[in-house]
Design a protein around this ligand. Structure first.
Ligand code: SF4
Length: 412
């Protein structure tokens, strides 16, 4: 095999017939990006559709214009979209015979449907804050970003694939986004969101890292406890279906989080499953936690949160970035899957997000992996879960929709 597979979509689909074709298409859309034609954008109805612009990370074309945040394929698969310049060869969404059609090389592939926004989006909290700037929505989950700033950037130690602070600056200039949200606004927005019966089944929180505090990350944990307590005001049960994506904190800090809030599952993103590449790609994480310690803390978390409640995310494809990454996709897959298997044997699941090389990052201009790589990686991660009888319902296609491997949990 070549260092990187060169198979086309159809060739990949023919080679892996058991891999659901629409999930493969979604992975390829994430890989190549998407471009909305002016005609497609003319059908956006701001009173009805959910528009982007409040994301934690930026777009591939570097613009914050309000465009559809995502769309749905005919089988219900949701696809988060990253608007991408035409010269990068993205998929194109066009208006053909009054229908929104995903096209490639002028060939119509699938009809797609923009997401409907939830009812609370245009309402305001008692402090006058627009609720969509406090809580966002994925198809079935509510999504909060309590802190949009990552303190690793203070020391120029942000992850090399990440544009969080550059994106925040742009958002502050262009849409007056707040860096931190207020607990009272959170409580009121969640209350309003829950009025839409049956729409949401979980709540997810994620932020930039904050290593400040007596013990590193105490400040991050204190703030999460504050926000989770505000969310908890809307529930009578001690625990509610939820996921926190945070820095890899100590067992003692995790215990506080678990005991003092309603959080029920935990994600601590290691980003890359290889120590040498992690040290280069995630210098802040390497300095403040370290690779081996990050893995140990993931395993510790299973003791506190229980089985099937802990996972870690990887930015798949970044392990092939040059000059420090693996030279071939075979070599990368072997290394990554070995470590994912080891983590799973301790009850920690690994989910992958397709790496999007964004313009405001250190790795701008690089290429992510081939579609075949994502197909092999995603099916293998799901196979590993099966091998260790791990479920991933808190981070699957219904809740998140940003992981091609956990999308497969609905199929096999
Ligand atoms: S920890 Fe890394 S990926 Fe997360 S926000 Fe900070 S720089 Fe970005």
């Amino acid at each position: 095999m070549n260092a990187r597979s060169t198979l086309t979509f159809e060739e990949t689909a023919a080679k892996y017939p058991k891999f659901p074709k629409l999930i493969m298409l979604k992975a390829d859309i994430h890989r190549r990006g998407v471009y909305y034609t002016p005609n497609a954008l003319s059908t956006v109805d701001e009173t009805r559709h959910q528009l982007g612009g409040t994301h934690l990370f930026g777009t591939r074309d570097g613009k914050l214009t309000r465009r559809p945040e995502a769309f749905i394929l005919r089988d219900g698969t949701s696809v988060l979209s990253t608007p991408t310049p035409l010269e990068n060869n993205p998929y194109i969404i066009d208006l053909i015979n009054d229908k929104l059609i995903l096209t490639d090389e002028s060939k119509g592939l699938e009809e797609v449907f923009y997401w409907d926004k939830p009812n609370f989006y245009d309402k305001k909290t008692s402090s006058g804050t627009l609720m969509q700037n406090v809580v966002g929505a994925r198809p079935q989950r509510l999504y909060l970003i309590p802190n949009r700033y990552c303190h690793f950037w203070n020391e120029d130690m942000g992850c090399k694939f990440c544009d969080i602070v550059n994106n925040l600056k742009q958002q502050k200039n262009e849409i007056e986004m707040q860096t931190r949200i207020k607990p009272k606004d959170v409580s009121e927005t969640i209350k309003e969101a829950l009025k839409e019966k049956g729409r949401f089944s979980a709540i997810c929180l994620t932020s930039g890292s904050d290593f400040h505090g007596k013990i590193p990350f105490d400040k991050e944990i204190d703030y999460y406890i504050e926000i989770l307590s505000a969310i908890g005001e809307n529930f009578t049960a001690k625990k509610f279906p939820s996921q926190l994506i945070c820095s890899a904190v100590t067992k003692k800090q995790l215990k506080r989080l678990y005991d003092e809030t309603g959080i029920s599952s935990l994600t601590m993103d290691i980003e890359v499953l290889n120590e040498n590449i992690f040290n280069i790609v995630c210098p802040g994480k390497a300095k403040w936690v370290g690779y081996k310690e990050w893995k140990k803390r993931l395993i510790d978390a299973v003791e506190i949160f229980g089985e099937n409640r802990v996972n870690t995310g990887i930015v798949s494809g970044v392990e092939l970035a040059q000059p420090f990454g693996f030279r071939s996709e075979d070599e990368a897959l072997e290394a990554v899957l070995k470590e994912a298997d080891e983590l799973a044997s301790y009850g920690v699941s690994t989910v992958n997000m397709v790496w999007v090389p964004r313009p405001n990052t250190y790795l701008a201009g690089q290429k992510n992996a081939s579609l075949e790589y994502y197909v092999r990686l995603s099916s293998s991660l799901q196979e590993i879960r099966k091998k260790y009888s791990l479920t991933i319902d808190f981070d699957d296609y219904r809740r998140c929709g940003n992981h091609p491997d956990s999308d497969l949990a609905r199929a096999f």
